[in-house]
Structures are given as structure tokens and as C-alpha cells.
Design a protein around this ligand. Structure first.
Ligand code: AMP
Ligand code: GLY
Length: 431
């Protein structure tokens, strides 16, 4: 089989790595890929939004399966374009990717189908927003309706901040049309958990839980990022949480999308918050998380190509999804200054020390080859150094030891990835 992966981040490296393990696969291409992906796939210089070029490539290279990792092309309708060209593709169609593409849509869906989430209103003009905020309880959360590179969520402590947020999103249009509508949402507190799942339109199969570290700095301080590290499984994902979510959230979401005439095929990523009133949905994503994929996929025991095909063919109910009992943790090495301003182009040393290892991986995000053929930094998040071990604490120790083998100028990382492991242990959860 020939497989094409669309994307070029750490998530796509993890997907490509998993696909490369499949005995069914003879050749993998990745568009556009990166320097790490180039070790397992042939990278093709086509951008993820160049749908026509991607279709043309898939046709001329007899691609049997295309897997789309990123949100932008999914929300933009890449799956519809591939299907119209008679190509097999894994991911939600445009009318289903809206689950991530429009927060107003997802909030309406959750309200209509009684899926637990924060109370909210959606406003369509700054005047409406200012009027609503006057009597609203603080802190409050503002969310740009559309995609905003993960930066469209503002947590506002008081009315002044909230008004400034409305101005930024709706008047100054910081994220363009994504701020035409804004969801104003009740502020919730609790632990956050990421749960990824495979969906075939009607059946949902859960992957193992994970915990992200979204803030740039230690102690969960600083700006929101795409994610600075992650681990799987989460000790907070107990049987009670699982039972509750199975009853009120997971299948309910899949059924709701089907009932709306928008059957979802692909990965649904449930961003959950464990509140005092039980688990609630913070957000949906229509794709694997990044870096959730980097810690969940190394634990997947199935041939991932079988899972993709079962989703596409609507026979996920016949598949037994299996995860190893091991724990996995990754530390993201970023360029100093991420997520705001940073330099690129620094050579990365030590990558060869990971070659051939089956319990330590380095998934590449922003990397490329320079003219001399060296691997250099090429983005905010550069690498995800990942370790598998019998338990979470060992995975953490191993990942941080492995980090020592890598060096590049201006390297920045958090030193407390996995702090929740100790917190969970002190609260009596099994870790
Ligand atoms: P989202 O992109 O919707 O996941 O939001 C980004 C981050 O903002 C989440 O991971 C949470 O940390 C935070 N957040 C979003 N919605 C809320 C909420 N209603 N209450 C508290 N924090 C929130
Ligand atoms: N790590 C969070 C995300 O992929 O959205």
C-alpha cells in the first residue's frame, strides 16, 4: 500500500511513524513533512491547503490511503475534495470538521443534545457582547468562533479585560472572520484531560487518555501554546470519569452529529474538564492532538492502517482497539521565545542517539535540512522527546534523561512536564 500523510508537525511525525510499522505499507509520502519525517517517508513539497495539487499527487502516485493530520485542511474540506476525486482518505468531511471549526456550532450541538459543557451564549456583534458582559459573572471566557491557531480563547478576570477581549476579537479582528461570532462562556475550574477517539460515523472507540501542558512556562504560567509536553494515561481518568463520559459525552456526540446529517469519520479529540459537577466538554477537535498523538500512538498495539480503514469503511465495531499498559511522556523542546517571537536555523545535535530505539523517540515538529544537509530548527515547537516506560514516573525520568542528549542553540523547555503525576499520587490516585 502507498500512504500519503498531510501535515508536517510532531503529530504527523507520530502518525507517519505508526503507519511505517504497518506490514501492509510499502511506501509513505508526507506533504510537506519535516526532517524527522524524512527518515520514514518521502517528503513532498506541497502545502496542506493545496488541495488540487495533493489530489493530483495522490492520483499520479497511486496513493491507496491519505491521512490528514491538521485542522486547517480538514475544516477547509480536504476530505470532500479527495472523495470527489475517488480517493480514499481518513478524516472528517467539511460538514463534520465544523465540530472543531466553529465553537458556536459545537456549543449549539452540546446544548441541543444535553452534552455537559460550560454555560454559554454566542454573540454576533461587539454591542451584543458588551451588553451581555455588563451583568456577567467574572472571571469569564471568550472564544473566537473559528480557528485561531489555538490562541482564540481569552480568560478574562474582570469586566475591563473582557471588554478589551471583545475589542480584540470582534472590532480589531485579530483572528479575522474567526471573531465574527464569539462564544462567551462560564469559567470552570478543574483538571483538564485529553481523550482521543476513532469514529466511523456511528461507532466510537476510545484511545487512552492524556494530559497536556498548554502554558509556556513552568507551574503552568505564561502564554498558551500548542502544548509543551504531554503524558498518557492520566491518573485522573478513573473508571467513574470513564463511565460518566461514556454515558453522557462520547457516543452522545457521535449520535448528535449523525442526527444532524453530519456523520463524523476520523478522530474526535475531547478536551474535558473534571469539574466539581462532573466532567464537561471544554472543546472538540476534529483530529489527533499535538503532542497528544506523540504519547498515545506509541502505546497503540493495533496496526494503525487497519484502524484508519475500519473507520473509512464503517466497521469500527468489529475492531478491538488495544493499548499497552506502559506509560508514555513527552517533553517538547521549543525555540526560546515561542509562542511569540523566536529565531530559527540552528543545527540540532544528538538526534542519532535515538536511532533504533523502541522505547525512546524524538518526534520532529519544526525542523528541516539546511543547505549543508544538517537538521536545523525551523519552528516554535522543534522536537518532542518521548519515552515509554512501565509507569508514568519512570517515563518522565527517562524522557528528561533523553532530553540531555539533544542540544541546539536557543533551546527552551518546561522542566515540570508531568507535575500532575505527583499531585495525583499525593491525592491517592494510582500512578
Ligand atoms: P480551548 O481551545 O477551548 O480548549 O481552550 C483553551 C484553554 O482555555 C483550555 O485548555 C482551558 O485551559 C481554557 N478554557 C477554555 N474554556 C474554559 C472554561 N470555560 N473555563 C476555564 N478554562 C477554559
Ligand atoms: N495539544 C492540544 C491540541 O492539539 O489542540
Amino acid at each position: 500500500m502507498k500512504v500519503l500523510i498531510v501535515g508536517g508537525g510532531g503529530r504527523e511525525h507520530a502518525i507517519t511513524w505508526a503507519v511505517a510499522k504497518s506490514p501492509k505499507v510499502d511506501k509513505i509520502y508526507c506533504a510537506p513533512g519535516n526532517a524527522g519525517i524524512a527518515e520514514v517517508a518521502e517528503c513532498v513539497p506541497i502545502g496542506p491547503m493545496e488541495f488540487d495539487k495533493l489530489v493530483e499527487f495522490a492520483k499520479t502516485h497511486d496513493i491507496d490511503l491519505t491521512v490528514v493530520g491538521m485542522d486547517d485542511p480538514l475544516v477547509g474540506g480536504i476530505v470532500d475534495v479527495f472523495e470527489a476525486a475517488g480517493l480514499r482518505v481518513f478524516g472528517p468531511r467539511k460538514n463534520a470538521a465544523i465540530l472543531e471549526g466553529s465553537k458556536a456550532f459545537s456549543k449549539d450541538l452540546m446544548k441541543k443534545y444535553n452534552i455537559p459543557s460550560a454555560a454559554s451564549v454566542t454573540v454576533g456583534s461587539p454591542e451584543e457582547a458588551y451588553a451581555y458582559l455588563k451583568t456577567a459573572k467574572m472571571p469569564i471566557v471568550l472564544k473566537a468562533d473559528g480557528l485561531a491557531l489555538g490562541k482564540g480563547v481569552l480568560i478574562c478576570q474582570n469586566l475591563e479585560e473582557a471588554n478589551a477581549g471583545v475589542k480584540e476579537l470582534m472590532e480589531d479582528k485579530k483572528f479575522g472572520h474567526s471573531g465574527d461570532h464569539v462564544v462567551i462562556e462560564e469559567f470552570m475550574t478543574g483538571r483538564e484531560i485529553s481523550v482521543l477517539s476513532f469514529v466511523d460515523g456511528k461507532t466510537i472507540k476510545l484511545m487512552s487518555s492524556a494530559m497536556d501542558h498548554k502554558r509556556a512556562g513552568d507551574g503552568d504560567m505564561g502564554l498558551n501554546t500548542g502544548g509543551m509536553g504531554n503524558f498518557s494515561p492520566s491518573p485522573y481518568y478513573t473508571k467513574e470519569v470513564d463511565d460518566f463520559c461514556k454515558k453522557y459525552i462520547y457516543q452522545a456526540t457521535v449520535d448528535a452529529m449523525k442526527a444532524e446529517g453530519r456523520p463524523f469519520t476520523g478522530v474526535i479529540f475531547f478536551g474535558l474538564m473534571l469539574t466539581e459537577d462532573g466532567p464537561k466538554v471544554l472543546e472538540y477537535n476534529a483530529r489527533f492532538g499535538d503532542p497528544e498523538a506523540q504519547v498515545v500512538l506509541p502505546r497503540l498495539e493495533n496496526d494503525i492502517v487497519d484502524v484508519f480503514e475500519a473507520c473509512i469503511d464503517g466497521r469500527l465495531d468489529q475492531l478491538d482497539l488495544k493499548f499497552s499498559d506502559e506509560a508514555c511522556l513527552c517533553v517538547v523542546l521549543a525555540s526560546d521565545g515561542y509562542p511569540v517571537h523566536y529565531e530559527k536555523g540552528f543545527p540540532i545535535h544528538g538526534l542519532e542517539t535515538f536511532r533504533g530505539k523502541t522505547d525512546e523517540f524524538v518526534f520532529h515538529a519544526g525542523t528541516k535540512f539546511n543547505k549543508k544537509g544538517e537538521v536545523v530548527t525551523n519552528g516554535g515547537r522543534v522536537l518532542a522527546v518521548t519515552a515509554l516506560a512501565p509507569n508514568l514516573k519512570e517515563a518522565r525520568a527517562k524522557a528528561y534523561r533523553a532530553v540531555e542528549r539533544i542540544s541546539f542553540e536557543n533551546c527552551y523547555m518546561r522542566h515540570d512536564i508531568g507535575h500532575a503525576i505527583d499531585e495525583a499520587e499525593s491525592e491517592g490516585y494510582p500512578v
